[in-house]
Design a protein around this ligand. Sequence first.
Ligand code: ZN
Length: 144
Amino acid sequence: MDLNYIEHIGIAVKNLEEAKKYYEEVLGLKCYSIEEVEDQKVRTAFFKVGQTKIELLESTSPEGPIGKFIEKKGEGIHHIAFSVNEISKQLASAEEKGIQLIDKAPRKGAEGLDIAFLHPKSTHGVLTELCENQRHCHPKISSK
Ligand code: ZN
């Protein structure tokens, strides 16, 4: 596989407003976007540290993946996301090496990125996300 950098770290929180205060008032970061991703049953808040983002995830339903995660493990780091080019190719490469994929094909995540997850069973316990930002990766195409 070929990774560019850590795109973001996803952190599961019980209460987005409460957690946001820590990131803003203690760490001094600025939340630049709050977004609800309905099919994932989450509300997200984004912060930037250099080129890496922190993505806080609050469940909008106990049945959602974040709701279940918090019930099992409590608040904490939920996943790590790597920026990649040609996400389909990277997925194929992971699968070829015996990694269990959660997403066989990329889908749309927050911020309109193409994303796909690798199963934590195959990654030593870390839910791993790949994401491709078309705007960054293909500047010539997006300049229209
Ligand atoms: Zn993510």
